[in-house]
Write a protein that binds this ligand. Structure first.
Ligand code: GLU
Length: 443
């Protein structure tokens, strides 16, 4: 068996979002699981829409996630290869020039639909004489170049969808080169996948028809095709289409919101498969438990909110060293950092939440004192010893308060927690006390 080679092939026309992350991750995991090669291929044959800032952004986002690629390829640097392939298709009689305008094509489609026929290109251009083509070229400029499909059934065993069989006659001959000479993705991708020896192509199920035509183009160029798997598309939590909202689910936005890479990876590497989503904190175990054949073809529900509890659980596994820089940046004194992290780590969803905790410890919380507890809290505060507090302060203090007021249990502890932290629940108060710096001053 040849070495496994996969690729992630984004067009640099936007930043990576959760939808294309899935594609990237699956291809990455397959390569790593088989000790193979993972190529980052930048599909930038469209000079108008491709932007360098997106190329950089894609690399930044993959690096943030730890999805390291073995090499980068850029389609814009490989144009001669695509032209050579086009030449070969011409020579083999599988490529023809067509001159219909978009409006004419639209009209044809509408007519077909009205007649209850599938809107497949009617190949009218195939019957143009050389003279007619000359005339059209003079009037309209160069035509587009279409690949002439062989009207057979195109079949492959899809890694996710199972056996696929598509009647080529139900598909329009794909345009591979535009009138202005721009090479389109379908041709470039075929050339790259074969020349780069790509063995596995995983992409979204919106590419199924593309795959059918690409298989024929590969065959026309004398090559066998890689194995294909098409993952289902993501929907929102209610099953609603996500395509329009994907722009708001860019990885960089999630990063800004404090989502941790392993929360995202753990979710996206299993969502839509028969394997449970479990928090993974290292790439090895993500790779080990991954099997593309466990994914189903049904649309996959994605809820961005799922990323936050996973992030919280991931953060609980972090040592002080892992978060020391973030904590120092908040202004937590070095000798309090360990205590601060011990107290907060189980009470945050993202590292952003540390800010609020630190503000509370440093400046004191807005005390919450219920009407009937006013006198009790005042009495308790009078018993609070001078700071600095330590781990034993809470037990000695509450014992003294209990003794003096006769209160116990929830009636004793709850109003004191509320008065000191402004919150009903939270970390162990014994551990909180040493961090409270200003309580005594306010009392
Ligand atoms: N540039 C294509 C896309 O982003 C690549 C699809 C493929 O993986 O072949 O949809």
């Amino acid at each position: 068996m040849s070495q496994t080679i996969t690729r992630f092939a984004p067009s640099p026309t936007g930043f990576i979002h959760v939808g294309n992350l899935r594609t990237a991750l699956m291809n990455y995991l397959i390569a790593r699981k088989n000790g193979g090669t993972f190529i980052l291929r930048i599909d930038d044959t469209d000079p108008e829409r491709s932007k360098e800032k997106y190329v950089d952004g894609i690399k930044e986002d993959l690096t943030w996630l730890g999805l390291h690629w073995d090499r980068v390829e850029r389609q814009s640097e490989r144009l001669e290869k695509y032209h050579a392939a086009a030449e070969e298709l011409r020579a083999k009689g599988r490529f023809y020039e067509a001159f219909e305008t978009p409006t004419e094509l639209d009209l044809k489609r509408k007519k077909q639909l009205n007649m209850g026929k599938p809107p497949v290109y009617d190949r009218a251009a195939l019957s143009l004489s050389d003279g007619e083509k000359e005339k059209l070229r003079a009037e309209r400029g160069n035509g587009v170049w279409r690949f002439k499909l062989d009207h057979t059934r195109i079949e492959w065993a899809d890694g996710i969808l199972g056996d696929i069989s598509i009647d080529a006659a139900s598909v329009s001959d794909p345009v591979l080169i535009r009138g202005d000479g721009q090479i389109l993705y379908t041709l470039a991708s075929v050339v790259d996948d074969t020349e780069m020896g790509v063995t596995h192509v995983v992409r979204g199920s919106d590419h199924v028809t593309n795959t059918a035509t690409q298989i024929q183009i590969m065959q026309a160029l004398g090559h066998s095709h890689p194995s294909f798997a098409h993952h289902s598309l993501l929907t929102g939590p209610q099953g609603e289409a996500l395509s329009k909202r994907l722009g708001t689910l860019a990885l960089r936005d999630l990063r800004e919101q404090g989502v941790e890479p392993f929360a995202l990876l753990s979710l996206m590497a299993r969502l839509g498969s028969s394997d449970p989503v479990e928090l993974r904190t290292d790439m090895e175990s993500l790779i080990e438990g991954f099997d593309i054949n466990h994914f189903g073809s049904a649309p996959t529900k994605f809820d961005v909110q799922d990323l936050f509890p996973l992030t919280g659980r991931y953060l609980q596994t972090r040592s002080l060293q892992d978060v020391a820089d973030t904590i120092a940046a908040l202004g937590v004194p070095e000798d309090q950092a360990a205590q601060f992290w011990a107290v907060t780590r189980e009470n945050i969803e993202t590292l952003h939440d540390l800010k609020g905790w630190w503000r509370m410890f440093r400046d004191g919380a807005e005390p919450v004192i219920e009407e009937e507890d006013k006198a009790f809290v005042a009495e308790a505060m009078a018993l609070l010893p001078e700071g600095p507090f330590d781990e034993s302060t809470w037990s000695t203090w509450t014992a003294a308060v209990k003794e003096q007021t006769g209160r116990k249990g929830r009636g004793l502890f709850r109003p004191l927690r509320l008065a000191l932290t402004g919150q009903e629940h939270g970390p162990e108060m014994a551990a909180v006390m040493p961090l409270l710096q200003v309580v005594k001053a306010r009392a």
